[in-house]
Design a protein. Structure first.
Length: 119
């Protein structure tokens, strides 16, 4: 059961719209009956900054407060218990490469803890 959830998406400024799909904010409380968040492959790369509680990958590896994720090639499950607050920037696949000059092939098939963290 989710006790509390607030989600909001905002459009980036016009100059960044060719690269960034949206900027978003999530505030959610996870409890022991529903501690998992499933991320599905969608082709996007996201820059994520979180505060409050944090996600654990595979129930054990805490993710850093700032990191990027994607493009995912398989579903990923993240575990959280308590109140999580997340700020994200969802980049188009071509947008991330254009903005940060990092080839997409460098990001594929790696979990967040295997990458160089941006933040």
């Amino acid at each position: 059961m989710v006790n509390h959830m607030r989600y909001r998406e905002m459009q980036p400024i016009p100059q960044l719209r060719p690269f960034i799909r949206c900027i978003w904010y999530l505030e959610r409380t996870y409890d022991p009956s529903a501690p998992l968040e499933t991320l599905w492959p969608d082709g996007f790369v996201q820059l994520l900054i979180h505060y409050g509680k944090y996600h654990l990958e595979n129930h054990q590896n805490p993710l850093p407060h700032g990191f990027f994720i994607g493009p995912l090639t398989r579903c990923t499950r993240l575990y959280t218990l308590g109140r999580l607050r997340l700020f994200g920037i969802r980049c188009y696949p071509w947008g991330f490469s254009s903005l940060f000059n990092i080839p997409m092939t460098d990001l594929q098939k790696k979990s967040p803890d295997e990458r160089d963290h941006m933040c």
